[in-house]
Design a binder for this molecule. Structure first.
Ligand code: UDP
Ligand code: MG
Length: 316
């Protein structure tokens, strides 16, 4: 029995030694149940991350590193890890210890004994996180759950342990714009949610700015919902109804009272209003078309520049 641990790393030189120590400790605890392999994906780091990984790989044969030719993002890094994972069980975790490795034994037990196909984790608190960020996250989860077909749990992390059959399903979803939280929900399987208290980053700093999170959320919504596309149709139906009543109103008023039709300010407002809605809807359609464009091009998700493994496909 083999378990693969995947760790995406982007400029994580400060935490990697800590993480590696705690991973080996957990592996030691579980050693009579499973062997481990560690896949560290260096996502085009500009610091000493790759050097540290090379040293680890030299002294520990369980360590594999895949080093991207540039920064492709965390989603691509997770995908590369999953594609090259050989384990019967596979886990993904962040490098910064915000996904506590100490949860691994319990996650392992849930898969083995309770018959779940995957154990996912969710934060029940967001202590130590900026207020605006937590608020934005809550709004995002509410919107996406209402309008999409993937069910996404508030506070869900990418930290999870999966059985082989689920990993195969996730890898088979080969879309270019990946949104893992949605993909995990979409493929189904019996998932157990393990709550834990937020832990702050062990060292280094977060790679996500507020705006990159906003962009990521829009990506999630567009990837898993077609509801925004129907906004145009609903506005169209609504406005057609309104204009119908306006015409009747004006005709009746003219016939009964002989009022002249009021002048241009109201007209200008209506034109601006309609113009705004039309542009908004075109913008939304544009977002979907842009995504379609990128998917159709079929570009690779990542390019591996360096690795200590020879049997991997470098471009995928
Ligand atoms: N990460 C990555 N590529 C990126 C950004 C982040 O591989 O372009 C990794 C990062 O090294 C870490 C994980 O994704 O292991 C989560 O990043 P971070 O801790 O900065 O995010 P936060 O926990 O603040 O949401
Ligand atoms: Mg983090």
């Amino acid at each position: 029995m083999l378990t693969t641990l995947i760790v995406p790393c982007y400029n994580e030189e400060a935490v990697l030694p800590l993480l590696y120590r705690s991973l080996t400790e957990e592996a030691e605890k579980l050693k009579n149940k499973t062997e481990f392999e560690f896949i560290f994906v260096d996502d085009g780091s500009g610091d000493g991350t790759l050097d540290i990984l090379k040293k680890l790989a030299e002294k520990d044969e369980r360590v594999t590193y895949l080093s991207f030719s540039r920064n492709f993002g965390k989603e691509a890094a997770m995908f590369a890890g999953l594609k090259n994972a050989g384990g019967d069980y596979v886990a993904i975790m962040d490098a910064d210890m915000q996904d506590p490795p100490s949860l691994l034994p319990e996650m392992f037990r849930l898969l083995e004994e309770e018959g779940y196909d995957s154990v996912a984790t969710r934060r029940v608190s967001r202590v130590g996180e900026p207020r605006l960020r937590s608020m934005g996250a809550r709004v995002f989860y509410r919107i996406i759950n209402r309008i999409s077909d993937a069910d996404i749990v508030d506070g869900a992390r990418d930290f999870r342990l999966m059985k082989r059959k689920m990993v195969d399903a996730v890898v088979a979803m080969g879309e270019y714009h990946r949104f893992s939280k949605g993909i995990f929900g979409w493929v189904g399987f019996r998932t157990c949610w393990l709550p834990f208290e937020n832990v702050e980053r062990a060292a280094g700093e977060t790679k996500w700015s507020f705006w990159s999170l906003v962009r990521y959320s829009v990506e999630g919504i567009i990837n898993f919902s077609q509801v925004p596309l129907s906004i145009a149709s609903w506005c169209g139906i609504g406005l057609t109804g309104v204009s119908f009543f306006m015409v009747i109103f004006i005709i009746v008023r003219k016939l009964l009272f002989g009022d002249p039709v009021a002048g241009w300010p109201s007209l200008a407002c209506i034109i601006v209003f309609l113009g705004g809605i039309q542009l908004l809807c075109m913008g939304i359609m544009g977002q979907y078309i842009a995504k379609t464009y990128m998917e159709v091009k079929g570009r690779p998700h990542y390019i591996i520049g360096e690795s200590n493994r020879k049997d991997i496909s470098r471009i995928s």
